[in-house]
Design a protein around this ligand. Sequence first.
Ligand SMILES: [Zn+2]
Length: 475
Amino acid sequence: MMHDPARIVSTGGALMISLLVFGCLAQDGETVSGEARRPDVILLTIDTLRADHLSCYGYTRPTSPRIDELAADGIRFEQAVSASAYTGPSVASILTGRYPRFHSFGYSNVRARLRGDEVTLADRFLDAGYTTAAFVCNPVLSSRAGFSQGFELYDAEMNEMEAVRDAEERTGPVVADAVTSWLDDRKTNEPIFLWVHFQDPHGPYLPPEGFRNQFHSDDPGVRIADPIDDDHSGKGRVPAYQAVRSTHHLEEYVDRYDGEILAADASLGAILDKLRSQGRYDPSLILLTADHGEAFGENGYFFAHGQDVTRDQSHVPLLLKHPDLPSARSVKTPVSHIDIFPTLTAVLGPQEGMGFGSPLDLGSLLSASNHPVSKRLLFCDIGNRLGVFGDDGFVVGQLKTRKATDIVSLGPEDFHRVGLFKMKANESPIGWDSHSAALEAEALRYLTEPSADFASLTPRGHHLRMLRALGYTEE
Ligand SMILES: [Zn+2]
């Protein structure tokens, strides 16, 4: 039977998850003789998932009963900001704890790779004696692009064919089957670091049987212009890869998207059930997030992401569960993808110095009433646009370049102010007043930091075809 080694230690008001590691930690001068097992660490990511389309984030539709359970068992971060609005750069930030400007993957979604000298979450857990495994199903997250680094098992199989495109996929139930089979095969008592990435809400929105007609709007909403060949931008019209026959209206697409979320939720629930049946759920550290959101007409974009850094594309869910953290708690402090690395590796011991932006162990936020995090500004960075997120009502000061090319070498002089947005309502710009001085100063500090040396990748053959089918490239 597994037991929980982690406990809360209160030191000067700071809350920390500590752990007793295989009897090596002294207690009252004595060595603890029992074999305390380190907690399993489970990272769940869902592609293209807007926080505001989850019931636990206030959505009126019941899209997420199983995710809601996880929220009820842990902490819900109300204002989590993705590091990018693209899959590759965001996931690289999740795995390294660095913003896109400062990791080797950089800004490109399809021409980039994570270099081998990066220290990833999987590297840290593997070095600490964990069994590491990942189950992903997005062609951007390929082994070739470096995302498999540190994983003993990197299952990126996609054996199903999509209904409307010449592209393979792997839907939630198949992912869940692969994960639960792997969990069944665990014979050793080694702790696991498990990463599961669900792709279901990513377009085209084609919920599987049983989830197709779960949601139906009485009013189909505005009609969206039909796609033009190879235009995947979503600017003013349905992206080519998103077009679903006989579906032309905004709310019809939203109905389908919500069905995809419910389907992913059910598959995720199957994994939680397996963890429970194995006695792994209660003692584990579980974190759920999304790589980015999706636009549903905001700023003229439909069913698209990666085009902007506004709330629709950058506000993601972030849930954290551990038995020594409070349950059913909400935290308003804005947090970022870069916080995931120190949050998960906190179970391995004290953190070494993290990079730009002061990534935080989110488990420590709860009792830190005077924590400097309240002054921290966060970024969503897609290269030619930079969102700077403050503490006051989730405000973003957005900077935009005059030029869209050669974004690697952009400096502060290349950006101009777009405006200050009240992000809660996705309102129009509210001007750039004196309150935005801190946002701008931090943005300039970010932009004057030397960027990483980005590593490139040339997608070819099957890899290129898959990326093209998913709307990631028009090459
Ligand atoms: Zn994505």
